[in-house]
Design a binder for this molecule. Sequence first.
Ligand SMILES: [Ca+2]
Length: 494
Amino acid sequence: MLTTKDFHRARAQTNGDSQACVALQNCGGRKLRHSRLNRRPFQLSCKRLAFERLARLMLWMAVAMTPALQAAGQQPGADKRPNVVFIISDDQAWNDYSFMGHAHIETPKLDQLAAESLVFTRGYVPDSLCRPSLATIISGLYPHQHGIVGNDPPPNQAASTARGRLYRNPEYQAVVEEYLRLHIDRLETLPDRLAPLGYRSFQTGKWWEGSPSRGGFDDGMTHGDVNRGGRHGDLGLKIGREGMQPITRFVRECAQDQVPYFLWYAPFMPHTPHTPPARLLDKYRELAPTVPIAKYWAMCEWFDETVGELRQVIATESDPNNTIIVYVCDNGWINQREASRYAPRSKRTQYEGGIRTPIMVHWPGRIAPRQDDQHAVCSIDIVPTMLQLIGQPQDPELPGIDLTNTAKVAARQVLFGEIFEHDIQSMDDPRTSLLYRWAIEGNMKLIVPNSERVPQAAVELFDLQNDPWEEHDLAASQPELVNRLTEAINAWWP
Ligand SMILES: [Ca+2]
């Protein structure tokens, strides 16, 4: 089976000639990688020898063809490639920004970014849980496609199980490692796609997939070692909360070396622990109904301040006009009144408080600022949008679309999503973890429970324009629409 690591090895074999590697990738590598989706390991191993033979042939062809491609001038100047920065908020509801209409939370830096960006106020993530959502953002695939459908691998743990103790258990550590081997090691991520083009990539903040190198990053703050507390980001979780110094150093080095960069900024913010600076907490205690809510609101502004710091680093250490910034939140959050916990109908649910987020794409001089309040878009669209913006061909195996293409955005009829269990039920079968599937067509949203796992749940239909918090179920009054969207969901997956 040809993997990311094979690409890097091929790159070394071609003396670092990224064009040869791109040709290799385009000729066969990516198709081979995607061909494993939804297949069992034994099927993979059966085909391994044939794949490797094919890969060697493709590599030979790529090297042989390189001079002809160079002569034809088909490779754009690598030194002009834009930097790419992902800003990923953690546990923040779609309306908890001033530019999204919140009455009290102030987010001036994100407001400014929004004013300068292509903004979709009706953005979505397919699953409202951290690990699957992040894996979708970095791969462009639905959770059932990349296979990372929950936060912690099986066996299913009691809710009271201390994750730290669990991750110190050698037997469980072996399961964690096997899960990484079966998924992230085989997944083609955006850093994997950018590396052959000369990009250097750096991870900060949340990261569930072991060492960042397994996701294609050249470097990162996270070590991912379960023996040293690795689970969802470890040392990387300091970013933002304890300053931006690792990012400053990385961006400065890329500028000095004149290489384009990909930066993953996924701080543990406004995520719990809600420990904002006193100056911000004091401000929101005057405004919020309870102290826990004041803490959450203050965390939103603290996160916003770090966005300002990040943009300052980009402006002073590199070329902000040749830098694409993407903004998205991994999942929503509605704070309980009396505790720093999430309320029903937010994180981990199929409701708007869990899956909706603003999505922004920012590139000064290249993407005209505009706010789209009409069309629903999804985090699966981010990788295809990046491929378009950096001049790469679209990958037909990715389900998303280029968000800068207004015709494609308008033409998409239905958006789909899927909600899975927090604890992964099976090493390689996403269906065993499935709770709900959902579809949005225009302003109408249908939720279909998986009767095998949530037999008591009902099909629900909501009019998001007139009922944005989904308080009035219309399923009984519109059976034809329910049937039609249910058929669309069943035709989508599985
Ligand atoms: Ca999250």
